[in-house]
Structures are given as C-alpha cells and as structure tokens.
Design a protein around this ligand. Sequence first.
Ligand code: MG
Length: 311
Amino acid sequence: METKRDFLKKLGLLTVGGVMAGSVNPLQAAVSNAGAGKKSIGLQLYSLGKELTADVPAGLKKVAEIGYKTAELAGYGDRKFYGSNVAEFQKMAGDAGLKITGSHVNPPVRKYSAENKGEIAEFWKKTVEDHAKLGVITLVQPGMPAIDTHDDAAMVCEVFNKAGEIAKAAGIQWGYHNHSGEFKRVVKAEDKEKANNQWSQGGDIIYDLLLNGTDPKLVFFEMDVYWTVMGQQDPLDYFEKYAGRFPVLHIKDRSVLGQSGMMNFENIFNRAYKNGLNEFYVEIEGIRTGMTQFEGVKLCFDYLNKASFVK
Ligand code: MG
C-alpha cells in the first residue's frame, strides 16, 4: 500500500528540508498558519467579479471577515496582481488577514505547437518568478488549450510538463483546472474522419489523456467538481482511477453550494480526503438575481462551515 510519504514523493512535495516529519506537507502547513482552530476554507476570487476589483483592499478584507482563510487569485496580468505590484498586493492580503495560496493564470496562446512551445515556457518563467515572490503554493492554468486530436493532447502534455518543471524549480506546484470541454473525446488523427460526434463516439476522453500524459511529479489537477459533473462524469470515478492526482479542488455548484441538489459534496469530500486533499476553493458563478456576489460567497462559506463532512 502506498504510504503518505510515497504519495508526497509522487506529488513532488517531499522536498529537501521540507516535509521531514512525514505528517505535514507545505500546503497544510501554510493553511494551518492562516487560522487557528477553525476550518480552513478557501475562495477562488473570480467568484466576486467586479465587486472585488472595484476596491481590492476592501474586498479582500470582506472575504476574510466572512471567514475564508485562503484565496486563489484570478487577477494576474502584465506582471501585476489585480493591478498592483507584488509588495503592494502582499500588503493588501496581509492587512486583510488572508493567505494567498494559489493563482490562476492562462498563457497567451490556446493552440500549442513545436513553434510556440518555447514562447509559452518563457511566459511561465516570468509568471513563476512573480508568483514565487508573492509566495503562492500553487499556480494553476484554468483555460483549456485547443485539443482536437491525440497529437494535440500530447503537445499540451509536453507544454504542461515543462510549466510544471519551471514552477517546481521555484518551489511552486503547477496544476491544471478543468471545465466540461475536457470530457469530450478525441481520436487519433488518422481515425478522425470516422468520428463525427465528440461526445459519444469512440476515442479517448481528453481529461484522461492529460492525466496519463503528464508527469505526476510536475503536474497536479485541480478538479472543478461541478464542471466534471457537467461533462457527464463522476468526480469519484476520477478520484479512484487517478488517486493522488487531485490535491486541490474547486468546490462549485450551479449557484450557491448545496442548493441545486445535483452535487453530492459529502461523497466528494469523503473520497477526496482519503485521496490526499490538501486545499479546496469555493467558486460561485451564476449568482441568482437579487443577490450580490459577496452574499453568494457568504452562503457558500456558511454551507461548508456547517457541513460535518468538511474538516
Ligand atoms: Mg472552477
């Protein structure tokens, strides 16, 4: 049976001088420092949209006041974080009492090729450099590259592995976040004309090609459980098939967590913890009319904070 130590090794978390006791990994250590005695619930700041960007310092404070301990950013661009340089942004987060543990960033191109893979690697080098200064634990690509064939998937895996390698050298774990498009099937280029329906014909699910084609030591998968269900797949099947590849999750529902009835969060958490879940971020889109983003984000927090299955 795989020990925790083997598992951490596989994830590339067992670094020299790092997880020596074998009981704590860097992610858990950072999270537990963020707040004592309470559940550590994270928020993907994308959830707040313009309600955050209108006044970032005040917005971060409100996030912490709701009870969130950690946050994953969605505001890096032009080598700035929500328009601020690293030191300014660090101060804002520090003043708010919010630990910035992760960040979502997309490279500038969607179609990867032998010609542009060097340019993409350069992009990740700069991005990693900035995020290392900020002190995040994870850096995640949330947008899907163009994948129409097995060959495309193989090229994407090569680019992902390289991004993971660059991040790892700076002490950051690099991951990929899915929507539902990853659960379409693709065939090998030579079989393409035989397949006319991406959802139901033969071929392989893109997400599986990515999981199988990337190095677990370099690339982790931040599964968005809602988008996985929308892709007609069961997150639990993936947790079982690819144990250890999902140390971080996006906890999302159609709108406010727990209200649609379509997501079995209890089963998701129970299984994810067994598989080594370290961190999760609430995400909410599709807010109902008559509710602010902040109100939606608070209802999501309350749901998880009350839930006995969330540690
Ligand atoms: Mg998501």
